[in-house]
Design a protein around this ligand. Sequence first.
Ligand code: UDP
Length: 272
Amino acid sequence: MSPETKPDFLISPEGLRVDGRRPDELRPVELKVGVLKQADGSASIRQGKTYIIAGVYGPRELHPRHLALNDRAYLRVVYRMATFSVPDRKRPAPSRREKEISMVIANALSPALFLEEFPRAVVDVFIQVIQADGGTRCASINAASLALADAGIPMRSLVPSVAVGKADGVLVVDLGDEEDKYGQGDVPMAILPPTEEITLLQQDGFFTRDELLEAMQMGINSCKYLHELQKEALKKAYVKKTPDGEEGDDDEDEFDDDLETDLGETDMMEDE
Ligand code: UDP
């Protein structure tokens, strides 16, 4: 549960964060693909204590029909928090925040999709936050893009997403709830890794020009790392689905270890 008061410090004298992370360190991330039986595609994400499930249906006929777009499919995203996902009971009625985040997520995902291949249809993306501990819009994008791939929707790329913030004057990636609440700023972003195009960029709080540029570079590095985790989660799901039940070769096994979120590893992966 979140504390009622600001912790004494967000960055310790040793330069570590409230949960012991270094500034450029993500929380532990666990991604799973194909977690729902009924959906055409699905995925879950645990990012620290944040836990989210995304289900995709479609492309399918759109109701009500007057919403149909003649030149492309309508990407309909519904982001919702469970009543028990936050310390205070979340009222079940959709809030303005949930509607705005649904729109932001759709805007972040749509540049990755070939929606023009399915005019007048709808692709439904349902996102349920089971437990919120900061960074839910970014974690939702990570899971939803995997669920879209699992549904077989044609995509240019997966869409990794992370927030970079400022705590006690230090730039930090992947804010936890306390950093989100008591920090000085928050820059959620999402990218298309092949081109590094930015599909989500928001800002809360104050950053100097140099801080913002550095925050964006930290975000891009973290997104590239998350992209590797997304690809491995997809591979894992589809290796399991082969008819002979093969679990993969030795190359795959190296990713079976607990997901290492030390950004020091990112460079190694990018060199592949
Ligand atoms: N939060 C909450 N109650 C709410 C909405 C949000 O406790 O009704 C918490 C939750 O942990 C969330 C965090 O505040 O992750 C930050 O919310 P924000 O609106 O910044 O979006 P997010 O960082 O989750 O994308």
